[in-house]
Design a binder for this molecule. Structure first.
Ligand SMILES: Nc1ncnc2c1ncn2[C@@H]1O[C@H](COP(=O)(O)OP(=O)(O)O)[C@@H](O)[C@H]1O
Ligand SMILES: Nc1ncnc2c1ncn2[C@H]1C[C@H](O)[C@@H](COP(=O)(O)O)O1
Length: 207
């Protein structure tokens, strides 16, 4: 079983991934943000570093999907924090449309993505954490990563629009949309229970 949690920056993916992995006693695969050699430079100068960052994320996410495949073959459950699909359909697409990645770099990137994607298994369940801008902003502030302090509201808004479009056409497998605007699964165990029930119902038909 493989559940992938998707959503905008600050939506609460990592927090939920850890809690669900604990609840189901499954392996968790997180994004390795702290060792990313391009992220800080990217936020300082997006046009300069967009392509480098996307290639870095694509490769690290692809390697992760191959490790997830091995665990699935061993019948182990996996919770994944963010997917390779988001890199291409959300982030790279947004950078290109916003004029922050050139047509040439975007085409080059997409060719690489197409070569890789045929070797990626979609998750059994895609769990989309839907959050409005005020929730995203307050949670990014709460996390307080210095390089994210200057993220523009427009950037988050554009990403949210890409998420809405992508999710409305997602067809690789089961999909669960959870509106997290009013949920606080950090402080309220009942809110985590609401999500666990929805997952059980979508995946196993329980409840
Ligand atoms: N539903 C929630 N309610 C309250 N705080 C949350 C919620 N989800 C996440 N947080 C807090 O918001 C911050 C960002 O969450 P995080 O899981 O790192 O988001 P993401 O991985 O989607 O970028 C963290 O400080 C986390 O404790
Ligand atoms: N593909 C990506 N392009 C640009 N930025 C990305 C990409 N994937 C992740 N990021 C950024 C967004 C955040 O600043 C960090 C971590 O993501 P988070 O949503 O907080 O888990 O990396």
């Amino acid at each position: 079983m493989h559940i992938a949690i998707v959503g905008n920056i600050g939506a609460g993916k990592t927090t939920l991934a850890n809690k669900l992995a604990h609840h189901f006693n499954w392996e968790v695969f997180l994004e390795d943000v702290d060792h990313n050699p391009y992220l800080k430079d990217f936020y300082d100068d997006m046009p300069r570093w967009a392509f480098h960052l996307q290639v870095y994320f694509l490769n690290s996410r692809f390697r992760q999907t191959q490790r997830i495949k091995e665990l699935q073959q061993a019948s182990k459950g996996v919770i994944q924090d963010r997917t390779i699909y988001e890199d291409a359909h959300i982030f790279a697409a947004n950078l290109h449309e916003s004029g922050l990645m050139t047509e040439r770099d975007h085409q080059n990137y997409l060719n690489l993505f197409q070569s890789m994607i045929s070797m990626v298994n979609p998750p059994d369940l895609l769990l989309y954490l839907k959050a409005d801008l005020p929730k995203l902003i307050s949670q990014i502030e709460k996390r307080n990563r210095d390089y994210e302090n200057n993220i523009k509201i427009e950037y988050l808004k554009n990403l949210n629009e890409h998420y809405e479009r992508w999710i409305s056409s997602y067809s690789y497998g089961k999909l669960l949309i959870v509106d997290v605007n009013q949920l606080d699964y950090v402080n309220n165990p009942e809110d985590l229970g609401v999500i666990v029930d929805k997952i059980n119902s979508t995946l196993f038909g329980l409840f």
